[in-house]
Ligand binder design. Sequence first.
Ligand code: PBG
Ligand code: ZN
Length: 301
Amino acid sequence: MENNIIYPYFVVEGRNKKQEIKNFPGIYRFSADTLLKDVSEAGSLGLSKILLFGIPSRKDSEAVSACGPGSIAAKAVKSLKKEFKDLTVFTDVCLCAYTTHGHCGLFKEGKREIDPKRTLSRLADVALSHAEAGVDFVAPSAMAKGQILAIRNALDKRGFRNVKIMGYSAKFASNFYGPFREAADSAPAFGDRSGYQLNYTDPAAALREITQDIKEGADIVMVKPALSYLDVIKQASLKFDHPLAAFNVSGEYALVKYGAGRGLWDEKKMTLEIISSIKRAGADLIITYHAKDIAKWLKKT
Ligand code: PBG
Ligand code: ZN
């Protein structure tokens, strides 16, 4: 079970930090040093895969702080891979946490319109910097057309054929991302993400996106969120013979936690029921903030 679970982490600059996040119980922003400690604890519970979200201390319109060996994510990957030989590290590759406007791509000069070319080139730079730091999988989540191919080509050209890609292939414009956006301070400053994320009334688009990502070279494809999209996960698992991940997102997690806190239900029983439903739908991998709790519960029983 633990082998199929990916645990998300948020990493910030500084030392000795373990910051609570508003409306995100049990999840923290760690500095690199405390992150190592927590990952080691997760490892002793049997978890061996993590998904890293870098949260920069500086933002600008061009997401400059997302790139290069000094980016928060690159530095964290480097120290994680040095410390833990058996850890599989995935990094989220997106720009929304690094831009002042909070959108997932870069804009055209002087306009509030995504510039596809500049966005792809920036995403490829970010992925390369994670590869140079030693990441196992990059996970582009910007929903920019052609992002898998652009990243694959950039990685191959620089000799990183061994670095794999998990595409956030079918990512819906969802209401379930609230706690995450608090954690990453990545809510759009204006507008929303419906220009690039999928519409939940159109499941066929999700299957087209997954087909496209597989063509472009994704090693793992993903459906996100999970619970309101079990039908999409099921269809994808039947249609594609490709490793399939499902992202049990922050809002889904928070519902369980807050309800349990008010005595509405048993957190352990409800979480295990939810995870079982995502597996039943056909997900091979589950990204979930419940990972450590699940690992603890399964250890005890
Ligand atoms: C960034 C990103 C988001 C999530 C993962 N990567 C937020 C968004 O698209 O606004 C959401 C994860 C979660 O809610 O747990 N593109
Ligand atoms: Zn984004």
